[in-house]
Write a protein that binds this ligand. Structure first.
Ligand SMILES: [Zn+2]
Length: 85
């Protein structure tokens, strides 16, 4: 069996878990999905804040409703990172 590369996701419960190295995905009841970087959120919340709490506090930018219905974590994609060596 190949190693489970997504196993770390289940260990992320607080903002500062996995050294804040992930993307937080919040899904609203209206279907809107927002991707946030933990260091962005950390400007307004403590690194110890549970992600459940952050999802509850978040406000949807589309329908203005407070509280995401689900949240998930994803790995960071370096789409804009180009380098020549
Ligand atoms: Zn919404």
């Amino acid at each position: 069996m190949p190693p489970d590369l997504d196993a770390w996701k289940s260990t992320v419960r607080k903002l500062g878990d996995n050294a804040g190295y992930y993307m937080l995905e919040l899904r609203c009841a209206c279907g809107h999905v927002a991707q946030l970087e933990p260091r962005e959120i950390a400007e307004r919340a403590d690194w110890d804040t549970p992600l459940d709490e952050i999802a509850k506090r978040a406000r949807c930018t589309q329908c203005k409703q407070r509280g995401a219905t689900t949240w998930d974590v994803d790995r960071i994609r370096r789409q804009r990172w180009r380098t020549k060596v």
